[in-house]
Design a protein around this ligand. Sequence first.
Ligand code: SF4
Length: 233
Amino acid sequence: MSTIYGPVPSWRLGKSLGFDLITKDKVCSFDCVYCQLGCTKEKSVKRAIFVDTELVKLDLSEALDALEEGDVDFITFSGMGESTLASNLDEAIEVVRAITDLPITILTNASLLHLKEVQITLSKLDKVITKLDAPNSELLRKINKPHASISIDDILNGLKGFRRAYAGEFELQMMFINENKGCAEDLARIAAAIKPERVDINTPLRPCSVEPLSREQINRIKNINETPQFDFN
Ligand code: SF4
């Protein structure tokens, strides 16, 4: 099984070549109710090697050889779960840097971002895209169904601490569904304290087990997030 997929068109990243360091049935520290990958088969916070770094090297070289210049805008670590669970993520980033000068990003649920080693690894990326759907532990448990050892305080401290030290582009995604639509102001206040370059407000539009919010509901939430008092860029 290849560790590479795409390039896939992304409105945010252009043509994104995906890197999956998990490549087996979903392994994640969360089991979000809206996850398009289905239920988490292995809920874990244990960092491990799922694919050999040599395979990463081989797959990327082959993929780039088969592509033309301009076919890829970003290399994106994402895939079948939470990429920061891969303990060879740091090595994989080094491998990508040695092969190409394309910018590199990651989609992460921020559950391990309070760990120093994860912060050091992610600081080597050009862009970090994190997520936050819940302002408190009750909603975190309802929406993201995290591993029992994960706390909302660790997530928020990880986001704030990493953001303060990180020199690259930092984005925050929020997925809104019925459960958290009433706490958009709380989330906007938290986001203002984290100070990301950008906040993306989403609702699940791909097939999953929960209903998306209406366009009107999403627009109302976007207006809250754009209120000047929250100091968004
Ligand atoms: S963090 Fe991402 S991969 Fe993990 S369950 Fe949530 S949506 Fe799915």
